[in-house]
Design a protein around this ligand. Structure first.
Ligand code: HEC
Length: 122
């Protein structure tokens, strides 16, 4: 599905998910690099929303905070994919308890990267 994205959003996604650090905003806008509906469906199916809201911390950090902290870093995609596939120990923000982070229920790297790109565009 092709979607028109704002120049800012698309540029952010490209910056965050690829090595095209010097890509111009107009090029970025021409190539939307994630499928929002698919990303949201995966997010919902995996109950990520139990702990992550778009703009406020719950048990986990707000998606906008995750995006802000990682966007534009060359290792952002790798780091977030790893977070969603390797069940690292995390500390819940509300009660400080440690547990294994939820891994997504798909092994399809393309789907996982699509979700990561969407998170980085929040
Ligand atoms: C039980 C609560 C919980 C659930 C469910 C959960 N998370 Fe998390 N998530 C956390 C916590 C806690 C952290 C780590 C916060 C920290 O260490 O600062 C985290 C971290 C992350 C990070 C990494 C942030 C970073 O900057 O490294 C991403 C990305 C993420 N979660 C996405 C997801 C997705 C996608 C799902 C659904 C598959 C999900 N989370 C499900 C609680 C949860």
């Amino acid at each position: 599905m092709m979607r028109l994205l704002s120049v800012r959003t698309a540029a952010g996604v490209l910056l965050a998910t690829s090595g095209f650090l010097f890509c111009t905003a107009s090029q970025a806008a021409a190539t939307p690099s994630f499928d929002e509906a698919k990303a949201k469906a995966l997010f919902k199916r995996n109950d990520c929303g139990k702990c992550h809201a778009p703009d406020r911390d719950k048990k986990g950090p707000a998606l906008q905070k995750i995006s802000k902290e990682n966007k534009g870093k060359s290792d952002a995609e790798d780091k977030l994919v790893k977070q969603l596939t390797s069940s690292p120990k995390v500390k819940l923000l509300d009660n400080g308890k440690e547990e294994e982070h939820k891994a997504v229920d798909t092994k399809d790297v393309k789907e996982i990267k699509n979700l990561v790109a969407w998170i980085l565009a929040q």
